[in-house]
Design a protein around this ligand. Sequence first.
Ligand code: UD1
Length: 419
Amino acid sequence: MYKLVIKGGKTLNGTVKIAGSKNAALPILFASILADGPLKVNNIPHLSDVSTTLRLLMDMGAEFILESDNSLHIDASKLTKLTGEYSLVKTMRASILALGPMLAKYKKAKISLPGGCAIGTRPVNLHLKALEELSAKIEVKGGYIYATTDQLIGTDIHFEQVSVTATENILMAATLAQGQSTIHNAAQEPEIVDLANCLISMGAKITGAGTAIISIQGVSNLSGISHSVCPDRIEAGTYLVAAAITGGKITLKNARPQSMQAVIDKLIETGADISYGKNSITLDMKGERPKAVNIKTSAYPNFPTDMQAQFCALNCIADGQSAITETIFENRFMHIPELSRMGAQLTLEGNTVICKGVKSLTGANLMATDLRASASLVLAGLAATGTTTIERVYHLDRGYETIEEKLKLLGAQIERIQD
Ligand code: UD1
């Protein structure tokens, strides 16, 4: 087991290159099941969730080659096993994204139910109901989803709640359905637009991705193409907070500011100077202590739940009192007890955390609990006085490519050590 050891108090300065988006890369890799030939996917991030996806696809019969320039050649066009095994699915909930493509292409799929996770129960009822509306027969037994169809038939899908991966699953399934499908109350995240663009290059007929209504005209087959994954707006936001929390100045390369306006607006509210270049963002905190900001998470284009924990860390050392309300997941405050151990003044009231900013946090031994909570502990450790040790680093490796190397380049004192 590895842990991160951070000697806090260093101001971050410099330039960091943002990787391809995890949440765009995963559905795009699953979309390769739909193609009749190999896909070349560029700007693939080096993350354990990507490795899990590739292991799952390989177990089903896919083949791939990863090049040194972060491009991946994947051929999932002839699967030999239409089962997503529990042993792989349990480590990554996004594995449910195999269901729509498998069912659309092979008219049959068996995939383990993902189960709950640290941030909530996270059911998949929306995915299953919408697939049934597309004429699939779904049965759940022994912890597995069994899905069959004679032919998926396009229809109107009305999601009762906005869901990112449910929108992606149905979007992928509908590309090979017979006739027209319309998804109402679709999620509008940039990662859905990236997936739709990839599917359109493959030959799919899709309009409206990035809005609440997506229309898909089914086609009989899709082909292999080359596609570049969009930059990771959550990784980008996390590094901007790292600069803000340490009073530093950093430039992000390979970033897309237009996809992260809600986060940038909040950073400006903390007192940060933000400027833009071509595919780059610079944040300058000019050595100032950030001002506390109130936040309410909600679906895109509003403030993302995946940035809530990082801003919670920032508010801990900010000037003033703040309230952060989480509306997407019911249990996404696992970072609160750990931040409190560093001297943060946090009180949880229902789904809102009230924070009284303190001038500084003190380093402590901490336990990472989930991906974004872990990122918040790293940020707190960077700002704290003394040494912070973070155990269970594997949570961070799911979504941050070589985080300690990138932070070191910005001047942080951080090491990954083996227990
Ligand atoms: C995706 C992202 C994740 C992000 C989340 C919300 C990926 C791989 N993951 O997760 O990083 O935090 O969006 O922006 O893209 N729900 C149901 N039934 C369902 C599906 C969802 O009740 O069938 C609920 C969830 O429990 C949650 C809400 O809907 O309360 C939104 O979740 P959803 O958008 O589905 O999250 P994911 O797609 O799993």
